[in-house]
Design a binder for this molecule. Structure first.
Ligand SMILES: *[C@@H]1O[C@H](CO)[C@@H](O)[C@H](O)[C@H]1NC(C)=O
Ligand SMILES: *[C@@H]1O[C@H](CO)[C@@H](O)[C@H](O)[C@H]1NC(C)=O
Ligand SMILES: *[C@@H]1O[C@H](CO)[C@@H](O)[C@H](O)[C@H]1NC(C)=O
Length: 366
């Protein structure tokens, strides 16, 4: 007769045995199916993916130490790892991301980035992986759309899919990702509008949406994202005016709106804001440069070039504490360029192609 002690002893023994012997066969099978859908001819990253224990020695695979389940897949095509140095090149991979990875129910991090040739779409079933925190598929040839119910990934902190061929719209559910801190959708084919409730994503610190086909207005609600540090919306088809509320944000340091179709006047709040790198080049902004500079104006970059700005350079510009790179070229400005700091180091290209600006570094005023 087996006593309960014996049974718990056997149970403990079985637990230790499986811990020593690594990953469950179902995780191993899912990894092998993932590998089978890809082809990596130059580096040999998959050569180590053999034997039963996928938790030990499989390149780029990490298991959860407690549950002994696959937690991380980390395959980056640009790497200093010895196998890359030996091959003297960066990685290249073709094929697709197999939906079999959705069977890795403990997966927390999926990085398959900078392989240049991986195509197909993002398997929609990844939204059923409850522990996913990182998705990095940057630098491939992934097409299709972002999964419509991506908002289910309540633990997602990082979503990087830049430099692919992702089309369709930003899924409505995206703004339900209230843990997301890093969003990078740059350089894809994403169209439609930016969700007006984007301000729900309270943890966002970097929102990079440049070089897509986004249209419509810049949502006012961005200003509700207290932690937002970098907002890059450049090279889209955004229109309407720049929300003045963007100049009231407590930590926003970089705002890139260049290469859109923004109109209206320049909000004074942006000039006296905490933003240190502001690019609104190549839009259709009209009216004067606001006379709102002050000691809190500290710009490493202030690029207002290629707009329809009129009037003179504002008097207060001399009270800015720093302006590193100023570009007001290709506008309709007129009048004398103030002498002295903070921009007496600038050359004529900063002021070029206006209606009638004069004074150093341009021609003397008459
Ligand atoms: C966002 O989450 C809420 C609450 O869980 C849910 O009711 C809503 O349907 C979700 N929105 C979308 C577009 O999925
Ligand atoms: C601002 O954007 C323009 C147009 O996209 C770009 O050419 C320029 O280099 C940017 N300015 C700075 C200072 O980075
Ligand atoms: C830019 O916006 C104006 C209206 O502000 C519109 O008439 C024009 O068609 C837009 N241009 C592009 C290229 O979208």
């Amino acid at each position: 007769m087996l006593g309960s002690r014996t049974i718990s002893f056997l149970f403990l023994f079985a637990t230790i045995f499986s811990a020593v012997h690594g990953c469950p066969p179902s995780d191993r099978a899912a990894l092998l199916a993932f590998k089978a859908a890809l082809s990596e001819p130059y580096i040999g990253i998959f050569n180590s993916w053999k034997g039963n224990d996928c938790c030990h020695g499989w390149y780029g695979v990490q298991c959860d130490p407690v549950h002994r389940r696959v937690a991380d897949i980390n395959l980056h095509g640009i790497s200093e790892e010895p196998i890359f140095q030996k091959a003297h090149r960066t990685g290249y991979m073709t094929g697709k991301i197999s939906p079999e990875i959705c069977k890795l129910s403990w997966l927390s991090s999926l990085t398959v980035a900078e392989w240049k040739g991986i195509s197909g779409s993002i398997p929609a079933c990844i939204t059923s992986l409850p522990f996913l925190r990182h998705i990095d598929l940057t630098g491939n040839k992934i097409s299709g759309e972002l999964p419509a119910d991506i908002g289910r990934l309540s633990r997602l902190v990082l979503l990087h899919v830049a430099d692919n061929q992702i089309a369709g719209q930003i899924p409505r559910s995206l703004t339900n990702l209230t843990s997301l801190a890093h969003l990078d959708l740059r350089n894809n084919l994403i169209q439609g509008t930016i969700p007006s409730d984007i301000g729900k994503m309270k943890k966002l610190s970097r929102a990079l949406l440049s070089r897509n086909r986004l249209q419509g207005l810049i949502p006012d609600s961005f200003s509700a994202i207290y932690r937002l540090l970098v907002l890059d919306l450049s090279f889209n088809r955004l229109s309407g005016s720049i929300p003045a509320s963007l100049g009231k944000m407590s930590v926003l340091a970089t705002l890139n709106l260049d290469g859109n179709n923004l109109s209206g006047t320049m909000p004074a709040s942006l000039i006296s804001s905490r933003i240190s790198s502001l690019n609104v080049s190549r839009n259709a902004i009209e009216g004067p440069i606001p006379d709102a500079f002050g000691p809190s104006s500290y710009f490493t970059v202030l690029d207002l070039s290629y707009n329809k700005l009129k009037g003179s350079l504002p008097k207060s510009i001399g009270s800015a504490s720093y302006i590193g790179h100023l570009d007001v070229s290709h506008n309709h400005l007129c009048g004398r360029i103030p002498a002295g700091p903070p921009f007496d180091h600038l050359d004529s290209s900063s002021f070029f192609a206006n209606d009638c600006l004069c004074g150093k570094p341009l021609k003397p005023c008459r």
